[in-house]
Design a protein around this ligand. Structure first.
Ligand SMILES: [Zn+2]
Length: 276
């Protein structure tokens, strides 16, 4: 441990000794954890208590592609203690331009295994459960029920509506992201609270099939930006910091770098959440 690290550790511990409660929490984190997360613990919005919440949190990530890669990596780096990731694909050469959890030697490997290795290298402290399968039906229900938060990093409408339906049913917060060409969008849904709309209030399930990256193209960094915002919104929700994008749709035009925020209203006749 360097002299700087030692000094930092003392500072983090000093601030942590302010209250008995925090002192109890500090004893459950070892010195390495206090150092690893020191830049977050320094933030009053996070503090040791928030870091403890992150370490205890269970995040479900659906998709280990362009959005799932950066989202999973930042959640792992931030110390989300339990990450479960689902994806059915294997790593292909054409993925590497944007799906940054995977490296060239991973071509041919299951994306969830490649992601799991990346996350464990980044942070061996956390539990990463990798499951190679399309998340549907009863498994989807039980995973959403078990999760504190769900990140939809998928690329098709059927999965998005199914995830939304399960999140509404079990009142699990959902961070939804999408990226295509030079464009991206993010929204947060907290079913059952804040009069939150759901994904189905925003998009009708009988609408057009979602455009995807394989047919439309996508520029590398846009998936990184959107995936990172999803990770940040998830962290904010877990530690109750700031104002998450509940009831809002954040839109980015990467070509002009213009951001817009649209207000979303709960649809009283929404087939998924209307009666709830
Ligand atoms: Zn709805």
């Amino acid at each position: 441990m360097s002299a700087n690290d030692n000094e930092l550790l003392h500072t983090v511990k000093f601030f942590g000794i302010i209250s008995t409660t925090i002192n109890t929490i500090i004893r459950s984190m070892n010195d390495n954890q206090l150092l690893r997360y020191s830049r977050q613990i320094m933030l009053p919005q996070c503090d040791i208590e928030g870091q403890q919440k992150l370490l205890l949190a269970k995040a479900l990530i659906v998709g280990a592609g362009g959005l799932g890669s950066p989202a999973a990596m930042y959640l792992a780096a931030a110390g989300i203690g339990h990450i479960t990731i689902y994806d059915n694909d294997v790593v292909e050469l054409s993925n590497l331009q944007r799906q940054i959890a995977h490296n060239t030697p991973d071509i041919g490997l299951d994306k969830v295994i490649s992601t799991q290795q990346t996350l464990k290298n980044l942070n061996p402290d956390i539990e990463v459960i990798a499951i190679k399968q399309r998340l549907t039906g009863k498994t989807l229900e039980s995973e959403v029920l078990a999760a504190d938060i769900v990140l939809d990093c998928s690329d098709n409408f059927a999965t998005r509506f199914a995830i939304n339906q399960a999140c509404v049913k079990h009142q699990t917060p959902l961070v939804s992201g999408a990226a295509i060409r030079f464009e991206g969008q993010v929204s947060v849904f907290t079913p059952g609270t804040h009069n939150s709309p759901c994904y189905n209030c925003l998009y009708s399930s009988d609408g057009e099939e979602l455009q995807n990256c394989s047919t439309n193209g996508v520029i590398a960094a846009i998936t990184g930006i959107i995936g990172c915002i999803q990770a940040l919104e998830a962290i904010k929700l877990i530690i109750s910091a700031g104002e998450p994008l509940i009831g809002k749709l954040l839109l980015l035009d990467g070509l002009t770098m213009e951001w817009r925020t649209m207000t979303l209203k709960k649809n009283a006749t929404c087939p998924t959440c209307g009666g709830l």
